[in-house]
Design a protein. Structure first.
Length: 142
């Protein structure tokens, strides 16, 4: 199933992420796809806020730390950035399988780089710039 929406600002993208949190249940892997600057981390801000795991302003890109953990009352979110990960061996050293627990959701930026992360039960969200501040957000569930 595929659903699509357009947001017109970062605030709207965060708000969409908040509403999306109500439709996500752990354990789950969410692949966030899109070019640099497409709004993947902005969407993650809203999802984290929607779960009560972090305030939007406290969610930052995990580009250099690779994994950020946000604990909410019922869900632990792991925000993961694979932009700098190039090989399956490097991916294995992150231990992502160990993070997927009954109460966890993995938000993975650049997950499409690795076929093993593309599972039928995942949610895939693609963000695309369609204007200066507009983003097309397409959600596909397996």
């Amino acid at each position: 199933m595929t659903a699509s929406t357009i947001t017109h600002s970062a605030e709207e993208t965060i708000a969409y992420g908040r509403s999306l949190a109500a439709e996500l249940s752990p354990p789950l892997i969410v692949l966030l796809r899109g070019d640099l600057g497409a709004g993947k981390t902005t969407l993650a801000k809203g999802i984290a806020e929607g779960f009560g795991a972090a305030r939007a302003e406290d969610v930052t890109s995990p580009t250099f730390t690779l994994v950020h953990e946000y604990r909410g009352p019922r869900v632990t979110l792991f925000h993961i950035d694979l932009y700098r990960i190039d090989t399956p061996r490097e991916l294995e050293t992150l231990g992502l399988d160990d993070l997927l627990a009954p109460n966890s959701i993995l938000l993975i930026e650049w997950g499409e780089k690795f076929v093993r992360l593309q599972r039928d039960q995942n949610v895939e969200i693609t963000l695309e710039r369609v204007g200066e501040t507009e983003r097309r957000i397409q959600r596909t569930t397996g």
